[in-house]
Design a protein around this ligand. Structure first.
Ligand SMILES: [Zn+2]
Length: 251
């Protein structure tokens, strides 16, 4: 096996591994998204419930205010009934009028707050429903991940062992270079040289489709490491192309 074949072997195994894990990765992404939404709903629910509680507390305060105003009014009306002079009566009456206005204001505000509290309660209930649904979905997604993992476990460890063995055949710096390429471009980390015109010695890079110099084909036939100068991918040559090129050179 020449150097290109050795990297190619790693590349093919990496593609197989990526393919094998693609459904698991999709399931993991879905699960992560569900978990994120469950957390977001929980945070929102806590915030709305807290707001509802605060409003309920202020409504209680307003109700207490109203009660004490009512007690004061009752007392004033009794005093009015027993007033000895018109002036005394007028004094009580003025205070009664003022307290009535205050009481109306507080009552109106309390009603508004109560309506707001009801709205918030309804919101909390709605969030509870959404949370329950999303949590259910999240559990399903989690189970799906586990199923996918189990499904591929044995095949995965088999491929990983093969990949490790194949990688140990590739010099460290080349392996590192290849792995960077694979991380960036995945399937385009390596590409076959494509013959566009055999007679005219015209070749393309199978990844970026740019033309390659004739030296690239010679280099590949000689089993040398060959890089596409345009997209930097590692080039390889298929058996068919090798055959076509060696035939044409014999002619
Ligand atoms: Zn290229």
């Amino acid at each position: 096996m020449n150097i290109t074949d050795r990297v190619l072997r790693v590349y093919q195994l990496d593609r197989q591994l990526a393919g094998l894990q693609s459904r698991l990765r999709a399931a993991e992404r879905f699960y992560a998204e569900q978990s994120r939404q469950v957390k977001a709903l929980e945070t929102k629910r806590v915030a709305v419930a807290h707001q509802a509680k605060q409003i309920a507390a202020s409504v209680t305060n307003q109700e207490n205010d109203i009660k004490s105003t009512e007690a004061r009014l009752k007392h004033l009306r009794e005093q009015m009934a027993n007033a000895h002079t018109t002036k005394e009566y007028q004094g009580f009456l003025t205070e009664v009028k003022m307290l009535d206005i205050d009481k109306d204001k507080v009552e109106e505000e309390a009603l508004n707050q109560l309506a707001r509290a009801d709205e918030l309660k309804a919101q909390v209930a709605e969030l509870d429903t959404q949370f329950a649904e999303r949590a259910k979905m999240c559990k399903v997604a989690e189970a799906e991940c586990a199923t996918r993992k189990t499904e591929i476990a044995s095949k995965l460890s088999e491929l990983q062992a093969q990949r490790q063995a194949a990688a140990s055949e590739v010099p460290g710096d080349l392996l590192a270079r290849y792995e960077r390429l694979f991380e960036l471009h995945e399937e385009d980390a390596m590409a076959p040289i494509e013959i566009t015109d055999l007679k005219r010695h015209e070749y393309n890079c199978g990844a970026c489709m740019m033309s390659l110099p004739m030296e690239a084909s010679i280099s590949l036939l000689g089993g040398k490491l060959t890089i596409c100068s345009n997209c930097q991918c590692i080039l390889y040559i298929t058996e068919e192309a090798t055959e076509a090129l060696t035939h044409s050179s014999k002619k």
